[in-house]
Design a protein around this ligand. Structure first.
Ligand code: ZN
Length: 249
């Protein structure tokens, strides 16, 4: 624990300045958090469009595969039908009953196979029609989504610009506030600030407002006297006996 003993410094007023400084520091911290989150927020908003686009791509691929299968089946059925015609026209020229029976069996098999292919063809047609309807719906959804997303991104961009302006103003105020704090106290504050956003803690009911550890009566007296800058023995936050002015982080 560091101690800043300097009778030339009015510790009480320094702590008040430090309180003001911390308030600005916390405000700045929150603004930076919001600004830093903007790219991810934008990506998240834009991903809503990509979800619809991905669905359309997958559905289009599925539809194209079905269309190809349908074309292939139709070609096979056309060939088989052609073959069947030739085959049937040759039935007259068959001499033996055995050959005739074999030919009839083959004809029956070709017809059965064609029927099965026709069923699949019909099924594919239904799938393709359903996909076409769904794709029309999705492109409407996509247009809606794109306009919503554009609106959300524009809103966020405007907010981000506002936060950026606030951040710059806050940084200037913080710099001005720092000028009121003695360098050795500023050094202590910065060191603690590198670990905690709220480097200045208020002592309430004998407890450090930062880490909730109990403060010894001896230290409590020192804090009240304010002859020196006191730090919590546990978390090292600068302890402040004055009225709470900073918002909790
Ligand atoms: Zn503490």
């Amino acid at each position: 624990m560091e101690r800043v003993d300097n009778m030339a410094i009015d510790v009480k007023s320094q702590l008040v300045h430090l309180s003001v400084l911390q308030e600005l520091d916390l405000r700045l911290h929150k603004l930076i958090e919001k600004i830093d989150a903007v790219p991810n927020q934008k990506a998240e908003i834009l991903s809503e469009v990509n979800i619809v686009k991905d669905e359309m791509v997958a559905l289009t691929a599925e539809k194209e595969a079905n269309e190809k299968e349908k074309r292939d089946i139709e070609a096979v059925v056309a060939d088989a039908t052609e073959h069947l015609k030739t085959f049937e026209s040759k039935l007259y020229s068959i001499k033996t009953n055995k050959e005739y029976q074999a030919a009839l069996k083959e004809i029956s098999e070709i017809k059965k196979s064609n029927r099965e292919k026709d069923d699949r063809d019909l099924q594919l047609m239904e799938l393709i029609d359903a996909a076409t309807q769904k794709l029309t719906q999705l492109s409407t959804d996509l247009a809606d989504k794109e306009s919503q997303v554009a609106e959300s991104v524009a809103k966020l961009t405007a907010e981000a610009a506002q936060w950026e302006a606030e951040r710059q103003a806050c940084e200037a105020e913080l710099k001005a506030a720092e000028a009121h704090v003695a360098p050795q106290i500023m050094a202590v504050y910065r060191k603690v600030r590198s670990r905690y956003v709220d480097a200045l803690a208020h002592v309430e009911a004998g407890i450090c407002g930062g880490c909730r550890m109990k403060i010894t009566p001896q230290l409590h007296i020192e804090i009240q006297r304010a002859n020196t800058v006191c730090q919590c023995p546990s978390c090292h936050r600068v302890l402040c006996p004055v009225e709470k002015t900073a918002e909790p982080a």
